[in-house]
Write a protein that binds this ligand. Structure first.
Ligand code: ADE
Ligand code: ZN
Length: 340
């Protein structure tokens, strides 16, 4: 093991962009299919893994929506979430802000309540068992219409105390943020924090719409912002956080070679970039693997890794007291490792 690997493995981490349905490992997919008497279109775990070859976002999404079909009961959502929390506990994640896709479940007859009950029970148990704090963000599926998002927000109001924010995910091209202006305005007025996927596959204009029309508090991905100098300057000036997902970018072919990943450029420019896993079961790694991939390919220094970890805390939706606790733990690790 190299010194950098040891440093990254022990690093206290914060995750801000992870779809819980995207943490469904093939082994658990098979177990839940059996439990719920569902026939999968794959004969084995190996066959599932082989199917995870994507040339663009939509390829992945088709398999992702099919995979989540095995999630039927509160216990299924609990097991899914607990498996993720156990995994990230081993990877020294201290705080996580996870997405879920309620419409991915309600559209196939599984209630909002079933999904949120299983997820939030596991989050609570993981905080007790592992000390990991968490927040839940509900995403609207952008390939559906705004009315469907409005109905989802109506339902979410009954579970408001358990949901910190709303987001926007799924097929980006052809579904600009402007399509969801009204529902985001209402979510804001209801007190939800706001995020949106933008600039993952979509053009810089979509990032501008997320800022100017949705008024997001944080941007998910944002990679294509770099194509527009004015937008990049604005993101730097406003210190708008970007939740960057390196292995996801690689697997979905936005980045053909990790050495060409824009993260190093983002850091050099002073953009507030963070490291996240997106859909770890589909893209080949959780937080540690994402940090290792960029550290290696971009030859990052320990100081740059420390900046990414600090950015994760600063960009989180924790209150100031919680951030102080997370930062103290990180700083003590950095000090022990000779990083100023
Ligand atoms: N849903 C799950 N993962 C996603 C991603 N990377 N982009 C858009 N929607 C998603
Ligand atoms: Zn995502």
């Amino acid at each position: 093991m190299t010194e950098m690997q040891r440093f990254i493995e022990g690093l206290p981490k914060t995750e801000l962009h992870m779809h819980i349905e995207g943490s469904l490992e093939p082994e658990l997919m098979f177990e839940l299919a059996k439990r719920n008497d569902i026939k999968l279109p794959y004969a084995s775990v190996e066959e599932v893994r082989k199917a995870y070859q994507f040339t663009e976002l939509q390829d992945f999404l088709d398999i992702y929506y099919q995979g989540m079909g095995v999630l039927q009961t509160v216990q299924d959502f609990y097991d899914l979430t607990m498996a993720y929390m156990t995994k990230i506990h081993a990877q020294k994640v201290q705080h996580t802000e996870i997405f879920f896709d309620p419409q991915g479940h309600t559209e196939r007859g599984v209630s909002f309540e079933t999904a949120i009950d299983g997820i939030t029970r596991a989050l609570k148990d993981a905080e007790t068992e592992y000390g990991i704090t968490s927040k839940l963000i509900m995403c609207f599926l952008r390939h559906l219409d705004e009315l469907s998002a409005e109905r989802t927000l109506d339902t979410a109001l009954s579970f408001k105390t358990r949901i910190a924010g709303v987001g926007l995910d799924s097929s980006e091209l052809g579904h600009p943020p402007s399509k969801f202006q009204n529902v985001f305005a209402r979510a804001k007025s209801e007190g939800f924090l706001l995020v949106a996927h933008a600039g993952e596959e979509g053009p810089p204009e979509y990032v501008k719409e997320a800022l100017d029309l949705l008024h997001v508090d944080r941007l998910d991905h944002g990679n294509r912002s770099l194509e527009d100098d004015g937008l990049t300057a604005r993101l730097i000036k406003e210190q708008m956080a970007l939740t960057v997902c390196p292995l996801s970018n690689y697997k979905l072919a936005g980045v053909t070679d990790m050495t060409k990943h824009p993260l190093k450029k983002m850091l050099d420019l002073g953009l507030k970039a963070t490291i996240n896993s997106d859909d770890p079961a589909y893209f080949g790694g959780y937080m540690t693997e994402n940090y290792l991939a960029v550290a290696d390919a971009l030859d990052l220094t320990k100081e740059e890794i420390a900046t990414l970890a600090r950015n994760g805390i600063e960009a989180s939706f924790c209150d100031e007291d919680e951030k102080i606790v997370l930062m103290a733990k990180l700083n003590s690790y950095l000090q022990m490792n000779g990083v100023a």
